[in-house]
Design a protein around this ligand. Structure first.
Ligand code: GDP
Ligand code: MN
Length: 402
């Protein structure tokens, strides 16, 4: 291509194309090519940050989510169920939780409840035992650990104590209430022997349309991945696990291993690890939102850093379609937040360089979007993932204050 004489007369400066320089010079004379180059890269990075998840979501929704389950679901299937409730200082919730489970429409002779308490100082274990004596129609056992070593350790001792005929262990936090039929609904998925672990969808209290965008993003993606094969992210508020899988492959035991690590590990072992839509559990938010969300982000990050290697080291790893899902989600959790971070830092840098009018455009645009709730939810999640990775360098908590 031949350059016109006019263009050639513009001094060639750094590696910016001349044509850009020309209209820029007319428009905003104070701009330096460095600042605009930095902002340009920042905008590209920002674009990547939002486009990759958006495209993945669209793909998963149209290609996977709308597909029928490839597993048979038998409504009449009734396995033996063990409900596992970990507790630490839960005086306020334990009786209500047991009552809630006793109201389930599931045969009593197929149901056992194991409360595993880690040396609560508020009488939780005694309250559970008293409740069990008053309600002999539900089979409840209380395991009292003498020291508190955290939820994971407590769950491991509960798994050891499952009845010999147990087929499915449902792990559930003490503060969540089941809608009637939850156990029956979970049971049916285990009719298919490939299903290893099932989690509930998240129900949110608010039905503000804006908020449901982010909720749907999360739930639709989890269910879509489940229909394809498995989802690597589960919620411990409700997690049903095939007892035979627990006894053969076990669960990963590393600092920070929890719900999502259980799910991913089972998927690597060749089981389906799924989130279903017909069970929705609402989690009440207690205590500090900040520390809960930071800890959960840390655990999700550790899952993506460690579980695949862990499955390999235990010789349970099998290559399946789950690996693709794992790769994309690893990128979304471990890399994508840092791309956003880099973009923000570059915009800040361009402003610091003092000639950053062009940096103000993405800054104003990005800030204006904060008025939208789903965007705010997204951005705060990115911040938690960034802080979580940094914090993992220091500590991953096994025992947390409440
Ligand atoms: P979060 O929902 O992730 O903030 O965690 P919570 O503090 O609500 O705990 C989830 C469940 O684990 C609740 O039922 C707690 O009582 C229980 N839990 C937390 N820490 C321990 C522990 O050290 N031992 C036992 N047995 N249960 C625990
Ligand atoms: Mn909780």
């Amino acid at each position: 291509m031949r350059l016109s004489g006019n263009l050639r007369s513009v001094p060639i400066n750094s590696n910016s194309p001349n044509i850009v320089l020309r209209w820029r010079d007319a428009l905003v004379p104070s701009l330096t090519p460095t600042a605009e180059l930095i902002v340009g890269v920042a905008v590209v990075l920002g674009f990547v940050h939002f486009f990759v998840p958006a495209i993945y979501y669209e793909y998963a929704k149209t290609r996977w989510y709308r597909k029928a389950w490839t597993i048979t679901i038998d409504e009449s299937y009734q396995p033996r169920i063990s409900v596992v409730i970990p507790t630490y200082n839960e005086r306020e919730f334990i009786e209500g939780k047991l009552t809630n489970i006793s109201e389930e429409d599931f045969p009593r002779n197929l149901l056992e409840v194991i409360v595993v308490d880690s040396a609560s100082t508020d009488n939780t274990a005694a309250l559970a035992e008293a409740w069990a004596r008053d309600n002999p129609n539900l089979f409840v056992r209380v395991i009292s650990e003498s020291v508190r070593k955290g939820k994971l350790t407590a769950l491991l001792s509960a798994f050891e104590a499952l009845g010999p005929l147990s087929e499915v262990a449902i792990v559930t936090d003490v503060d969540v209430r089941f809608q009637k039929g939850t156990i029956r609904k979970a049971a049916k998925y285990f009719a298919n022997s490939s299903v290893g672990i099932v989690t509930a969808s998240l129900a949110y209290s608010s039905d503000v349309p804006a908020e449901s965008i982010y909720r749907d993003y999360y739930n639709v993606l989890r269910v879509a991945e489940s229909r394809k094969h498995s989802t690597p992210i589960h919620s411990g508020v409700f997690q049903a696990i095939r007892t035979r899988a627990l006894r053969t492959v076990g669960v990963p035991v590393f600092p920070g291993s929890d719900d999502s690590a259980f799910a991913s590990y089972m998927a690597f072992a060749g089981y389906r690890s799924i989130q279903v839509e017909d069970i929705a559990v609402k989690e009440p938010m207690r205590g500090s939102q900040f520390s809960t969300k930071l800890r959960r982000a840390q655990h999700v990050i550790l899952n993506f850093l460690l579980t695949k290697k862990y499955a390999r080291s235990k010789n349970v790893y099998r290559r399946t379609e789950f690996d693709t899902i794992w790769t994309i989600e690893s990128w979304l959790v471990l890399v994508n937040p840092w791309i956003l971070m880099a973009a923000l830092l570059m915009v800040a840098l361009s402003l610091l360089l003092g000639s950053g009018e062009v940096g103000i455009i993405p800054l104003v645009f990005g800030s204006a979007l904060l008025l939208l709730k789903p965007y705010r939810a997204w951005m705060s999640q990115q911040l938690y993932l960034i802080m979580g990775l940094l914090r993992n360098l220091i500590t991953a908590k096994e025992v947390w204050t409440k």
